[in-house]
Design a protein around this ligand. Structure first.
Ligand SMILES: Cc1cc2nc3c(=O)[nH]c(=O)nc-3n(C[C@H](O)[C@H](O)[C@H](O)COP(=O)(O)OP(=O)(O)OC[C@H]3O[C@@H](n4cnc5c(N)ncnc54)[C@H](O)[C@@H]3O)c2cc1C
Length: 409
């Protein structure tokens, strides 16, 4: 069967669902989202859902803020809760340089009209009573952020998009994509779609998917661990949820999860997964955890939050996460291929997915980007980056994910 549509979105993670919803809000409802398995099947279902407003670039921080707004709008339209916990976040300064760098970011937040403060150890103690502040110089504090439930948020986006008239097909892999003189031809088992626009929101599947049409997408999956602790009595005795803590010393992020902690670790020597191709039968799966690799980092987390060490480990998740060489997504049109758009390579897809989708939908609707966000355009990589080069750069970028930020851009 052949079906003509205005736009096909491929991939039903938080990014694809956000794109479908944001396009629907622009009136693009002659649309279909194709998902090979179920919504959230890729990385979205196991993400921690952290959304921090802390960022080094004005434009990226703006995407964080707009992401929460987008999920909240979808929630209002659909009636589906998104599980937003507005805990705020602390980014710790372990030395003078880090504190100075955080102070230098203040004008960025003034421009965005977002609440951002650099606070001293005494204030940190009242905001996060379980954090040991010895030796700390202070922290950047963003009270407006926190975490959402990634699956509920994706469902809210999908439901709101459907209410506006978009179609969603799960268990429907896109098999091939071809450019023809009348538009983009996307083949599934039972239907061939002829679309004016196609948005690739397939995360680390994008590279293999687009190779047949001559594109070289430098996005590979890297392993990312998170540890969920047992219950922490001191947390239960508080009448508020403690803020998320990002610590460049560990480097890690640790937030409250129910009556325990959830800690995501950024290893200095991370491992890749499936760089020769994603196994075709890959489902909603996690990878084998390798706790011994995290030991040094976890000991540093425990130095700051001793209660985390005392609570014991309830669960360790090791999940594949898409990564591009500079750690930023590939968002925007593909050069010389009119109608083909990328929304892929997100490693903070919950944090930036909603805002990125809003940006992309405005670009698709108006035919020009709403503002300059060239740091994420796919064209920055050209088409000739080698696999070895891409992997080496991804490894280095992941390992320095928490270094002191550069002055605001
Ligand atoms: C342990 C862990 C913790 C994380 N925590 C956070 C966090 O706290 N905050 C944060 O912002 N990010 C976090 N992330 C990253 C986050 O999970 C991803 O950035 C985000 O889920 C990416 O969303 P996506 O929609 O781009 O990709 P995915 O969720 O992977 O979705 C891509 C979808 O495309 C589908 N697909 C692929 N090929 C086809 C095809 N041919 N046809 C149709 N469909 C197809 C897949 O089935 C999949 O559902 C974490 C990641 C890990 C591993």
């Amino acid at each position: 069967m052949m079906q003509k549509v205005q736009v096909v979105v491929i991939g039903g993670g938080i990014v694809g669902a956000s794109v479908l919803f944001c396009l629907a809000r622009k009136g693009w409802t002659d649309s279909v989202l194709l998902e090979r398995r179920n919504l959230t099947s890729g990385s979205t279902w196991h993400a921690a859902g952290n959304v921090t407003f802390f960022g080094h670039y004005t434009a990226i921080t703006d995407l964080y803020i707009k992401s929460i707004e987008t999920y909240q709008t979808a929630s209002e339209e659909s009636g589906q809760e998104i599980g937003f916990h507005k805990t705020g976040s602390l980014r710790l300064a372990n030395n003078r340089e880090e504190l100075a760098a955080y102070e230098a970011l203040t004008p960025l937040y003034d421009r965005l009209d977002a609440d951002y403060r650099v606070i001293l150890p005494k204030e940190i103690e009242t905001i996060h009573p379980l954090l040991v502040t010895d030796g700390l110089f202070g922290a950047a504090y963003t009270p407006g952020d926190g975490h959402v439930d990634p699956t509920s948020s994706t469902n809210a986006l999908a439901k709101a998009a459907k209410l506006r008239g978009a179609e969603i097909r799960t268990q429907t892999p896109a098999k091939t994509i071809r450019r023809t003189s009348s538009g983009w031809m996307i083949e599934t088992e039972d239907t061939t779609y002829l679309a004016k626009h196609v948005v690739i929101a397939t995360s680390f599947w994008a590279r293999e998917m687009l190779e047949p049409i001559g594109l070289n997408i430098p996005v590979y999956p890297i392993q990312h661990h998170e540890i969920i602790s047992g219950p922490v009595a001191e947390l239960q005795s508080l009448d508020f949820e403690v803020p998320a803590v990002r610590d460049p010393y560990a480097p890690s992020n640790t937030r409250q999860e129910g009556d325990g902690f959830l800690c995501g670790v950024y290893e200095s020597d991370p491992k890749f997964w499936a760089t020769d191709g994603i196994p075709p039968d890959f489902k909603e799966e996690l990878l084998v955890p390798e706790l011994e690799r995290l030991e040094e980092h976890l000991l540093r987390v425990i130095e700051r939050i001793p209660a985390f060490g005392e609570a014991g480990i309830k669960k360790v998740n090791n999940g594949p996460m898409a990564y591009s060489p500079d750690g930023l997504p590939l968002l925007g049109p593909v050069k010389d291929m009119p109608g083909l758009w990328l929304a892929t390579g997100f490693n903070i897809g919950i944090g930036t997915g909603g805002g990125s989708a809003r940006f992309l939908a405005e670009w698709m609707n108006k035919g020009r980007p709403p503002y300059d966000l060239s740091i994420v355009y796919p064209s920055r990589y050209g088409n000739n980056i080698t696999k070895d080069d891409a992997l080496a750069r991804i490894h280095a970028t992941y390992a320095k994910g928490y270094v002191t930020p550069q002055p605001p851009v």
